[in-house]
Design a protein around this ligand. Structure first.
Ligand code: SF4
Length: 361
């Protein structure tokens, strides 16, 4: 073990010992880590096992691929079957099962599907292939959206006319609010996502904390960050407060990144959005503004023939709502594994089922 790892480990142990001394009401508390990266780090570091049993962590809808409805995947598959069409996507979407296929299988059958690491690469693909129509699968939260918006603006400036966007961008605070408003999860606090909050700031969580009487702490991604944030939530609980605090203050400011939000707002506007497992949440999505209709794949291509069906037995929806843990799904670890995923939560590197399968079995 490296020296700094060992020092970190000692700090985590010391914090856990302190956590054990903090008073907790009744049956204990359940905190939700909203972000998929937190889910993976918590599982990787074995933090749940280190915490006393009356402090429970549950995963939330913070993996953008996992919350993308299956109908979106089916539309992406329909697009890659179009003549002269190239689909570009982040890698996480590649293996997500649709109703009858997935992008990986479609590529093996000859479809032109390219994995990109940044949306701007899609503009290059479009520029280099003027005879083809290129569709970027625009999936992500507040962290990803400004880069996509910048790509759309760049394509317009560069007069790239063969680049389109299939949009399913979403905003995280709306989902947190909906989970509590719908009574889908009984929660005593939120570990708010670090990356998303770098853009949104911490202010959007204030209304959630006040409306539902839950403390919120924006947490970084090191195990020590997560444990420190849990301790901050417990202190708030003990003091009967429900404030919004920032543990990840080396990156996140209360006001967030105004410039990034401005770019996103030039291109996208709020819309209702469907979240896998949660349903439609008013105002939780982003659609292209009317002046960008010419790059909206839903308007340019006819996708009306696409019919979707959730995989039988998959309980991703309940997992994303924090209602059950992966082993409660009878397919977990049997018919559904990272090698042969049935649902999106087993595919994504941030998926709850994948994290549980890899680290917590
Ligand atoms: S284990 Fe597989 S089938 Fe079950 S909920 Fe998770 S992703 Fe869906």
């Amino acid at each position: 073990m490296k020296k700094h790892d060992s020092a970190h480990h000692s700090m985590i142990r010391a914090l856990i010992e302190r956590i054990k001394t903090l008073p907790v009401p009744g049956e204990g508390v359940t905190f939700m880590e909203v972000c998929g990266t937190h889910t993976m780090e918590i599982a990787r570091a074995g933090l749940k096992k280190m915490l006393p049993p009356h402090i429970r962590l549950t995963s939330g809808p913070g993996c953008p691929v996992c919350v993308t409805p299956i109908s979106y995947v089916d539309k992406a598959i329909a697009l890659c079957r179009e003549k002269n069409c190239v689909v570009t996507t982040f890698g996480d979407m590649f293996r997500v099962p649709g109703t009858a296929s997935c992008l990986e299988r479609e590529r093996a059958r000859g479809a032109d599907i390219r994995i990109v690491y940044s949306p701007i690469e899609s503009a290059r693909v479009a520029r280099d292939n003027p005879g083809k129509r290129v569709v970027f699968l625009s999936v992500g939260f507040e962290t990803t959206t400004p880069g996509i918006a910048a790509t759309i603006l760049h394509a317009g400036d560069a007069e790239i006319r063969n680049l389109f966007f299939l949009c399913a961008n979403k905003t995280v605070p709306h989902a947190m609010d909906a989970l509590l408003a719908g009574g889908k999860a009984a929660l005593d606090g939120f570990l708010c996502p670090g990356h998303v909050s770098a853009i949104t700031g911490s202010l959007p969580y204030r209304a959630i904390a006040a409306r539902h009487n839950v403390p919120c702490v924006v947490a970084g991604f090191e195990p020590i960050d997560v444990v420190r944030a849990i301790a901050m939530l417990l202190v708030q609980t003990a003091e009967g407060r429900h404030d919004v605090e920032i543990e990840y203050d080396r990156v996140v400011r209360p006001e967030g990144n105004r410039k990034a939000r401005d770019i996103a707002e030039r291109v996208f506007e709020p819309a209702d959005a469907e979240w896998r497992g949660i349903g439609t949440i008013p105002g939780s999505g982003l659609r292209l503004r009317g002046s960008f209709a010419c790059v909206d794949a839903e308007q340019v291509f006819d996708l009306s023939h696409v019919v979707s069906r959730e995989p039988r037995g998959c309980r991703c929806g309940e997992i994303l709502a924090g209602a059950i843990l992966p082993p409660a799904c009878r397919l977990f670890g049997k018919k559904c594994t990272p090698e042969h995923p049935v649902g999106a939560c087993m595919v994504s590197s941030e998926g709850t089922c994948a994290a549980y399968y890899t680290y917590e079995q």
